[in-house]
Design a protein around this ligand. Sequence first.
Ligand SMILES: O=C(O)CCC(=O)C(=O)O
Ligand SMILES: [Fe+2]
Length: 375
Amino acid sequence: MLRALNSTSSSSFSKLFASRSTLLCFFHLSISSNSKKMEEHRTPSEVQTNLQSRSGRQSASLFKSSWNTKVGQSSSLNPSRRSRSPQSVESQQMQTSPKRAIGTSQEKRAGSESEEGPFDICIPANEGPVKLKKSLLQLNKEKRKELECRAEQYLRPGMVLLKKFLDHMDQVKIVNKCRELGIGSGGFYRPGYRDGAKLHLQMMCLGKDWSPESRLYDKSRSFDGAVPPEIPEELRKLVDQALNTSHKFVRKHTKNVEEIPNMSPDICIVNFYSNSGRLGLHQDRDESEESLKKGLPVVSFSIGDSAEFLYSDSRDVDKPKKVMLESGDVLIFGGHSRHIFHGVPCIKPNTGPEILIDESTKLRPGRLNLTFRQY
Ligand SMILES: O=C(O)CCC(=O)C(=O)O
Ligand SMILES: [Fe+2]
């Protein structure tokens, strides 16, 4: 499953990647540091056994999703559990009935003091440090600078990066929309697994629910029955514009009109990474067979702090390619790149646009990422 990178450098990332190659490709997201510690005591075959026991719909329910108010909080596994042998952790999982494993929504909200309420990606207006407002002149200068950086980059067949495609107002709208949806029903939660492992991000699905545990899409979330909100029309429009821009660019660049097929998104996975957030190398391959066969692209929006994004053709490669995703960037990978392995080893703190964070949205430190797909 998910096996990720606790390291922040890309070289140690790739070493970890290579050494855990048997674990990497099948699951999507990375685990919390506590769970990682637990895993480091396992032999590869033991870990493999655990992974096999997780596959399939029956065992797919999340163990217990927390509704952390603090970003990037580590899992609440207790020390005794951490020091248990893999077998005892596994047998405990087996004894837990699916209902208990999922937990009631009251249990989810109770927990520790810091695990109440849905996750808010923004700092409420009456909280956080008071910062001096910038002058209008300064703000306009920053907006202009962002626009000047707009450019398209051809990364490889089927993969295009639209630098600074989303302007300031687009980003503000996206943050506000995600915040509004994220604190409502079907909003952000920190996904976890039966064994208590937590992912290093907060997640919300739009259109359809996607479970990191089962790797299946569904109409509602298995752990609380919430139906994901629809993808807002204004976001679908931005995806459309980004795809049109990429088509024009690819046509100019390669004369190959078919290189990135068109798509109409019915799924969006929204991730919020705190500054310690990360995501293990994985493939996005849980969409329909037809969608994958046609190479319908994934369109990814980045907002807030920058992130290193690694990608490669195979999971055994030593040195994946690296690109920095900044606020406003749109990355598109479809066609021949639809099955690339990719992941986010680290977020770069304090790199997001001040004007967006301090002045317009009060987005928490970290990074918001939206990946649109067509099932
Ligand atoms: O955060 C990113 O840039 C990548 C997210 C991603 O790969 C995913 O959600 O599947
Ligand atoms: Fe992905």
